[in-house]
Design a protein around this ligand. Structure first.
Ligand code: PMP
Length: 394
């Protein structure tokens, strides 16, 4: 910027109106938000210590307990994206040198390994081919061999489109005296998940996926075994913002007679949006939302086959309804297709991520976009995009 006397000149770019076109977001997230959610986030600010905000926070906790299917008092929200949920779980549960067994069948398990390393813990990779889930047998072998303090699994590997079966894993973890942690960022709300029944000790998700709020909040829940581990740590939690002992007071997750104290200033307008997104989800009913996502995915998968394309995940039962991965056909430049959809139709789909870069397209069916009408729109656009890329390729 040019200086006039000793002051930088005001940036002329800000004199232009902001450009926010309406796009159909059919990638792996964020998804579009409903008009009700959009309107909610534009309400005037409240202070974070106002009674009305506390009530909204309490309503969010109730909504999250429903979506996580848990009665855990420590069910709250971390002020940040899904990554911060991952950090919150690991930084609270792990101490230096603690062993954490991490399922890796795509990008997200690797991300958790990186994070565990930064925290000075000892991550042990439990590796599986990209595009396949990890079997109960493989998990049990890992638990027996390594005796970790924590098992960390990705429910919804959004880089590969794999859904990790979770039934029975929590019981194995109890048997091997291990905490069971699950990342549900790309799945929660879109597929059945039962935190209490499945003996999951800690879980987190993201606001911008099936829940259908803007990005920037990470709902999180800790069960009693995880709380006990946090309460009996030998070392301090290596984070101020994510210290659950502090944060659960601001969120009043324990005794209601203990007054809330200011911990940090959270994004209150995102709370409005999350509260309304949870209200919409509750009105529709969790089982209906699961069903809507399953039906939309079945329609998408049938349409993909009709276009002569192949799904990346071979085993049908491993396919994640919320994020579908499609093999890029030979001779097609995937970037051209993605670009065509954006430029011609204002529709976002994504290419691969991490180990699937260049190999797949990823289409998300998240929240209000998991409908037959949106599926048909993205299929039609994809068909045109492939024809365009084929012509360009010649
Ligand atoms: N875990 C999974 C499985 C995800 O799909 C994502 C986001 N795509 C994240 C974690 C990270 O979430 P965020 O981008 O909100 O930080």
């Amino acid at each position: 910027n040019r200086k006039i006397n000793s002051v930088f000149a005001p940036p002329s770019v800000l004199a232009n109106p902001m450009n926010v076109p309406v796009k159909l977001l059919m990638g792996p997230g964020p998804t579009n938000v409903s008009p009700r959610v959009m309107q909610a986030s534009s309400n005037q600010m409240l202070g974070h210590m106002h009674a009305e905000t506390f009530q909204i926070m309490d309503e969010i906790k109730a909504g999250l307990r429903y979506v996580f299917q848990t009665s855990n008092p420590w069910t709250l929200v971390v002020s940040g994206p899904g990554h911060l949920g991952m950090e919150a779980v690991l930084v609270n549960l792990l101490e230096p040198g603690d062993k954490v067994l991490i399922g890796i069948n795509g990008l997200w398990g690797k991300r958790a390994v990186d994070l565990a390393n930064k925290l000075g813990a000892s991550p042990i990779p439990l590796e599986q081919e990209t595009g396949k889930s990890i079997s109960l047998d493989e998990i049990e072998q890992g638990l027996s061999k390594h005796k970790p303090k924590v098992l960390f699994l990705i429910h919804s590997e959004s880089s590969s489109g794999v859904m990790q079966p979770l039934v029975g894993v929590g019981d194995l973890c109890r048997k091997h005296d291990c905490l069971f942690v699950v990342d549900t960022v790309a799945s929660l709300g879109g597929v059945p998940f039962f935190m209490d029944d499945w003996n999951v000790d800690a879980v987190y998700t993201g606001s911008q996926k099936v829940i259908g709020a803007p990005p920037g909040l990470s709902p999180i829940s800790f069960g009693p075994r995880a709380v006990e581990v946090i309460k009996t740590r030998k070392t301090l939690i290596k984070s101020y913002l994510l210290d659950m002992n502090e944060l659960t007071i601001q969120w009043q997750c324990g005794d209601p007679s203990i007054p809330r104290i200011y911990h940090h200033t959270p994004p209150v307008n995102l709370f409005y949006a999350l509260r309304e997104a949870l209200a919409e989800l509750t009105e529709e009913g969790l089982e209906n939302v699961w069903k809507r996502h399953a039906q939309a995915a079945a329609r998408l998968h049938a349409g993909i086959h009709s276009l002569g394309l192949k799904l990346f995940v071979q085993d049908e039962s491993d396919r994640l309804p919320t994020v579908t991965t499609i093999l890029v056909p030979e001779g097609i430049d995937w970037k051209r297709v993605v670009q065509f959809l954006m430029e011609k139709h204002l529709i976002e789909i994504a290419g691969g991520l991490g180990p699937t870069v260049g190999k797949v397209f990823r289409i998300g069916l998240l929240g209000c976009n998991a409908t037959p009408e949106k599926v048909d729109r993205v299929l039609q656009a994809l068909k045109e995009g492939l024809e365009f890329a084929k012509l360009q390729g010649h």
